[in-house]
Design a binder for this molecule. Structure first.
Ligand SMILES: [Zn+2]
Length: 181
């Protein structure tokens, strides 16, 4: 079986990892559009393993266009590989807009995944009454006030460790100032 070793994008050079992801004349402009030259002057001459690890492991403080470079770099690698496969397996053309797509994905990742600790994260929890330990009783109370109408009320009940009602009470407070005070 004869394998075609030429790059499926340019059809000019043998397809190596570095050619497919970095050096192909149809891939290089994408890296320029992403701003690779801002960070590393030997970006296009590094050994491929070092190139992959050093760029993907850069601290998030290294930003290009306001986006951490490690994120831009990683999404670019993935997008360029997927594009290459679209060309090979689905006869698709090269996407002229791919650098914008990469920027959007990298930005989305940074906002959604790397900063969740800074945000108020919503946790969905089911609230239900829980029995007290065996031999204990539980008192639940609640109250409400209508400040405009000046009235308020409250109540409570005591249940045993099986949830059986023991006693309950309600209280109406005509003047809610008593409550607020
Ligand atoms: Zn090529």
């Amino acid at each position: 079986m004869a394998l075609d070793i030429l790059c499926p994008l340019c059809l000019e050079h043998p397809e190596s990892i570095s050619h497919a992801l970095r050096d192909c004349r149809l891939v290089k402009p994408v890296w320029h559009q992403l701003g690779s030259h801002h960070l590393n002057t030997n970006f296009f001459s590094q050994d491929v393993n070092l190139w992959l690890s050093s760029n993907a492991c850069l601290k998030s403080s290294h930003t290009v266009k306001g986006i951490p470079w490690f994120s831009l770099f990683s999404f670019a690698i993935w997008a360029l590989w997927k594009q290459r496969n679209q060309v090979v397996f689905n006869n698709k053309g090269v996407n002229p807009n791919i650098s914008n797509v990469i920027c959007m994905q990298a930005m989305e990742f940074v906002y959604c995944v790397t900063q969740p600790r800074c945000r108020n994260r919503m946790i969905v929890r089911q609230i239900k009454w829980e029995k007290p330990d065996m031999g204990w009783v539980k008192l639940n109370t609640d109250g409400a006030a209508d400040v405009a109408a000046g009235s308020a009320g409250g109540g409570g009940l005591i249940r045993d460790d099986q949830g059986n009602w023991i006693i309950g009470f309600t209280r109406k407070i005509e003047n809610s100032q008593q409550l607020l005070g």
